[in-house]
Design a protein around this ligand. Structure first.
Ligand code: FUB
Length: 463
């Protein structure tokens, strides 16, 4: 009798989660506060991180306008915490480029995090940190890859072999690699040309397209993503020039020979003229990261990172993946509201920005009347009675309406945010809320006078 009751409770919980997800709104793009592109996911210590390049809100000369690299993390794949700009062009003193912070990738080795970045026109560089979210420093004070084609040296991708050998691949429209030494910031000079191996770009290896001269050539364009899974090495990449689709090749060793395996993501209306993919396995599921142009409503220099869940076929091949608005619908964990939750942990938001300072780290800002944020699959457990939030306001403050399941859903309570006297003078303010149980999407709807209302650093619920 006991077992069947337990079974019934579990089934009801499952049904409740499924109904939650069935009525969910869009989940892509995963970041709405900034334009983000060129996603490079990484799993470390039970957390999924995604490093992104960053298209500025206003572009210069209608071209890629990119000054820094951002990082977001998630433990459930639906709520993403903003760690701000973790590195920028200013971290390199050896060049004077003010633009060109293109597609990054980060990897951990022996407790250090190595962030490989292209500086367009200056080649590939590396930064290192003791933490996945920085601060990163330049360990060598010069560009990492010394080649005679630095304009083409973009989009680094890195993986470490089972025997500890790290490979760094990169390039547009060619593909090159080096074997990194154990220090991850120098490479084996004994192979290729001064340590750089050039890959033979033929249609059998990287797909076939017809050039202007009518000759067949490899479809590979840029944005490689290199990794090993089971006994196969994968190279995912943007193909066919502009507009790009995403295709892939596989190889039995890290050095090839590569065989073309097909298209992963076709062209679609909401996609930008570039695409750039990254893949991870996290908590037993596989995720495909890419970018689109939906947030900017069609501006190819203002892209946004999206994620789709997928399953490999039995033979290790990757199915065709559709870019969707819904994105990842099933979270792999619930959010615990009884812990301190950073306000910049967001499943969806409208009208908001994040900023950073030394005192609080990243916080939510530019909060105006009518803006809102939503966190998904919040586990209220057996019930709650109070809501508290760290806020700062130099205007008249405002209100946080705490609502369930949609922005006009059941109101649990309202926090009257009082003026603190400075945008950086923080105070913890609280209010009573309705007792609530189970799993819900939680909405914070911001209300107040015209103009900026307050800054918001973290929140928590009391049982
Ligand atoms: O983001 C700038 C460039 O656009 C990247 O380096 C390419 O992969 C393409 O996404």
């Amino acid at each position: 009798m006991k077992t069947s009751y337990k079974y019934l409770t579990r089934t009801l919980l499952l049904v409740s989660i499924l109904t939650q997800t069935a009525t969910l709104r869009a989940q892509n793009p995963i970041v709405q506060t900034y334009y983000t592109a060129d996603p490079a996911p990484m799993v470390h210590d039970g957390t999924a991180y995604v490093y992104t390049s960053h298209d500025e809100d206003s572009t210069v000369n209608n071209f890629f306008t990119m000054y820094d690299w951002r990082c977001y993390s998630s433990t459930d794949m639906v709520n993403w915490t903003d760690h701000g700009a973790v590195a920028s062009l200013k971290d390199f003193k050896w060049h004077n480029k003010s633009n060109g912070a293109w597609a990054p990738q980060c990897i951990e080795r022996n407790g250090k995090f190595y962030l490989y970045v292209p500086i367009h026109g200056e080649g590939i560089a590396v930064l290192v940190s003791d933490s996945p979210t920085g601060p990163f420093i330049d360990p060598i004070g010069k560009r990492l890859i010394e080649s005679d084609h630095i304009w083409q040296d973009i989009d680094p991708t890195v993986a470490i072999n089972d025997n500890g050998q790290a490979y760094l691949y990169w390039g547009n429209p060619g593909l090159w690699y080096v074997k990194l030494n154990d220090d991850m910031v120098t490479y084996d000079q004994s192979i290729g040309e001064n340590g750089i191996v050039s890959i033979d770009m033929n249609p059998e290896a990287f797909g076939s397209i017809e050039g202007r001269d009518g000759q067949k050539r490899a479809s590979y364009t840029e944005g490689p993503w290199f990794y090993k899974r089971d006994n196969l090495y994968y190279m995912i990449y943007a193909a066919k020039g502009i507009p790009e689709y995403v295709a892939y090749s596989t190889a039995p060793t890290a050095e090839g020979p590569w065989t073309y395996r097909g298209i992963i993501m076709e062209r679609a209306d909401n996609l930008a003229f570039t695409n750039h993919a990254g893949i991870i396995d996290f908590m037993g599921k596989s995720y495909f990261f890419y970018h689109d142009q939906s947030l900017s409503k069609g501006e190819g220099f203002k892209r946004s990172v999206c994620v789709e869940q997928f399953s490999y076929n039995k033979d290790g091949s990757i199915p065709l993946i559709k870019p969707t608005k819904e994105g990842v619908q099933k979270s792999v964990a619930f959010l615990n509201p009884y812990n301190r939750v950073e306000a910049e942990t967001i499943a969806w938001s409208e009208g908001l920005k994040t900023a950073v300072n030394k005192q609080t780290g990243v916080y939510l800002t530019k909060i105006e009347n009518g803006d809102y944020l939503m966190v998904r699959n919040v586990d209220f457990g057996k019930g709650c009675k109070e809501f508290e939030a760290a806020v700062a306001s130099n205007s008249n403050g405002g209100k946080i309406e705490i609502r369930l399941d949609n922005s006009e859903g059941e109101m649990l309570g309202t926090l009257d945010v009082e003026k603190t006297g400075d945008w950086q003078k923080w105070a913890v303010q609280s209010c009573k809320i309705k007792n609530t149980k189970g799993i819900h999407n939680l909405y914070f709807v911001f209300k107040g006078d015209e103009g900026l209302l307050f800054n918001f650093d973290w929140w928590s619920i009391k049982p």
